[in-house]
Design a protein around this ligand. Structure first.
Ligand code: 5AD
Ligand code: SF4
Length: 487
């Protein structure tokens, strides 16, 4: 899963790679491992420099794209206080971990990082902080488990970061930001963007759904949407700085409720974004099936800049399991939405997330998930073994599918999907696509481009093609990527 691609993406957010055999890393909502080629781009104005010279920070990010983008904004806050990013914790005065707790394994990662400091490693005057979902979940108990930590702050409190940092700078030993009762989004003057072409913009934070397995509502708090005019203004500023691709982020982007007088629906926001001069591509993730409307498909049909891509997590193909998961739709209702997407005037690629081995999932339920794969014919599937989480409804239910059986179901599912993807990708052979060149592999002298439908094509190229839109003809297909030549 780890890519050897030299990407233009960057450093401070050194992002975690794959976990076990579960498929993550390439999910539109998940970060993939990255290597630096170009410097990161601060966007915005540096307005103040409260800290004295040459304080340094190291920020490592785990988890989803939301976390990656939060880290971009946290880096902006730090840089506006005069901190300089460095590539490893040894050189840093301030060490921050932006954490994920979606599954148990992900949550454990930060404690193994913190263990380095416990084992007598010299951390002297360094300040160590835990941000994000594990911070919110574990709260002040992190200080007991890891006494070297001075800052614990959940994502809903990031707007308080300047104040918390100021307290640390003046000698406070332990500071926390753990309230979930914050009704605003995290706004920054400065964002240190890791990708010079695709700009992430959070349009909605938090989650009001209550899926039985999911920790997110308790770690990210209730939904807060950003006013549409602020979002569109940020898009205009990004276009002025040469960004051509916008990716809207949110746990459920299509639950977006514009708090400004314009009262734009999510589909209207997409349409307005696509109409901005200079915007070539607009993506969005993640959509919840319950709130996914035909208007979103109509917007994609009518606006060429809206990418041919929808990520619509189903989680299970069995209505019985979906009801226990409290997803709010049946298999049939979900398939109606898939049908609506498939009937669109232009082909839209569809990806999904699936959990195997949820409490009481029978072989028959699992069979329903496999048959749903055949019906939906996804272009990509991100699959996970169920992992019980704190503060969720399912926490108290028996986690009764044995680990080994979860592993077996995962492999069967992934093998079935591999065949579907290979078949689907083979239909692209001989066709020409426009790609945005996102990377270059010097060893193979190959450029790597992404189609609007989120397919990767490798083709002979030059390093300075990075950032250009080029036409590429597909000559061969594998299950996960395509090979081509410049058209
Ligand atoms: N166990 C396993 N996978 C989970 N996900 C969310 N919570 C859990 C859990 N407790 C998966 C879902 C979600 C994706 C981001 O992670 O598939 O869509
Ligand atoms: Fe993102 Fe959810 Fe993980 Fe938090 S728990 S980092 S919101 S995936």
């Amino acid at each position: 899963m780890r890519s050897k691609l030299v990407q233009i993406l960057a450093p401070a957010a050194a992002v975690e790679g794959s976990e076990g055999r579960e498929s993550r890393g390439k999910n539109p909502g998940w970060a993939s491992p990255r290597h630096t080629l170009l410097p990161t781009l601060p966007t915005g104005t540096v307005t103040c420099s409260a800290a004295t010279s040459e304080r340094t920070f190291y920020l490592e990010t785990f988890g989803c794209q939301m976390n990656v983008h939060d880290s971009e904004k946290v880096s902006g806050v730090l840089m506006s206080r005069g901190y300089r990013p460095v590539e490893n914790h040894e050189e840093a005065d301030l060490i921050l971990y932006n954490t994920c707790s979606i599954r148990e394994k992900a949550a454990q990662k930060v404690f193994s990082r913190l263990g380095v400091f416990k084992k007598g490693h010299h951390y002297g005057q360094k300040i160590i902080g835990v941000l994000g979902c594990v911070a919110q979940q574990e709260g002040e108990s992190i200080f007991d488990r890891a006494p070297q930590v001075s800052l614990v702050c959940g994502s809903a409190s990031y707007s308080r970061l300047p104040e918390l940092l100021a307290r640390l700078e003046t000698g406070d030993r332990r500071v926390t930001g753990l309230s979930l009762e914050i009704d605003e989004c995290f706004e920054t003057e400065l964002t240190r963007r890791d990708n010079p072409f695709r700009a992430y913009i959070t349009i909605i934070e938090g989650c009001d759904k209550e899926c039985a397995y999911c920790v997110v509502p308790s770690t990210r708090g209730p939904e807060r949407s950003r006013p549409s005019e602020k979002i569109l203004e940020e898009c205009r500023r990004l276009v002025d700085r040469s960004y051509t691709e916008i990716q809207y982020l949110g746990q459920n982007v299509n639950s977006y409720r514009d708090p400004s007088p314009a009262r734009l629906s999510f589909a209207e926001l997409l349409a307005r974004t696509a109409g901005l001069p200079g915007v070539k591509r607009v993506r969005f993730t993640t959509s919840h099936p319950r709130d996914f409307t035909p208007e979103i498909v109509h917007a994609i049909e009518s606006h060429p800049a809206l990418c041919d891509q929808v990520h619509l997590p189903v989680q299970s193909g069995s209505s019985r399991v979906l009801a226990r998961m409290l997803r709010g739709y049946t298999r049939e209702e979900y398939l109606t939405k898939i049908d609506c997407i498939k009937r669109a005037r232009r082909a839209i690629s569809i990806s999904t997330d699936i959990i195997v081995g949820f409490c009481d999932e029978t072989e028959e339920d699992f069979g329903e998930t496999l048959s749903l794969l055949d019906l939906a014919e996804y272009d990509q599937v991100f699959s996970f073994k169920y992992s019980p989480r704190p503060n969720t409804a399912a926490r108290d239910w028996a986690d009764d599918v044995p680990e080994e059986e979860k592993g077996r179901r995962l492999s069967v599912l992934q093998e079935r999907q591999r065949e579907i993807q290979l078949r689907r990708n083979q239909t692209a052979v001989g066709r020409e696509f426009e790609v945005l060149v996102e990377g270059f592999q010097p060893r193979l002298q190959q450029a790597v481009g992404r189609t609007t439908s989120n397919r990767l094509i490798n083709f002979p190229g030059e390093p300075d093609w990075i950032g250009r839109y080029l036409n590429v003809r597909v000559t061969a297909a594998g299950p996960n990527s395509l090979v081509g030549v410049r058209g």
